[in-house]
Design a protein. Structure first.
Length: 94
């Protein structure tokens, strides 16, 4: 079973520790934007059942049906995220 199919099976409700705090709703991981290697990553918030963090995803080199999830420190995110949310807009500082 591919990572995406395993994650789809776990897309029920998420715990209170991942409440949105006024942001948009958590979305299924299969709908997360895909970054291209060699280009500027498209960062989002990820939730993996334990933590909320900033990261991006790109397609695995060896499998067209799998993705690699990386945090802002270029470390792999494990366990794999089940949900994502766009980052909020930056504050307008003058």
């Amino acid at each position: 079973m591919s990572d995406e199919k395993q994650q789809d099976a776990s897309e029920g409700s998420i715990g209170q520790s991942a409440s949105t705090g006024g942001l948009g709703a958590w979305l299924p991981i299969r709908t997360a934007p895909e970054s291209c290697r060699g280009e500027r990553p498209q960062y989002v918030l990820f939730y993996n059942g334990h933590h909320v963090g900033v990261g991006y995803r790109y397609q695995a080199e060896d499998d067209d049906d799998s993705y690699v999830y990386v945090d802002e420190c270029e470390e792999f995110i494990l366990p794999l995220p089940t949900h994502w949310m766009p980052l909020p807009e930056a504050p307008n500082v003058k």
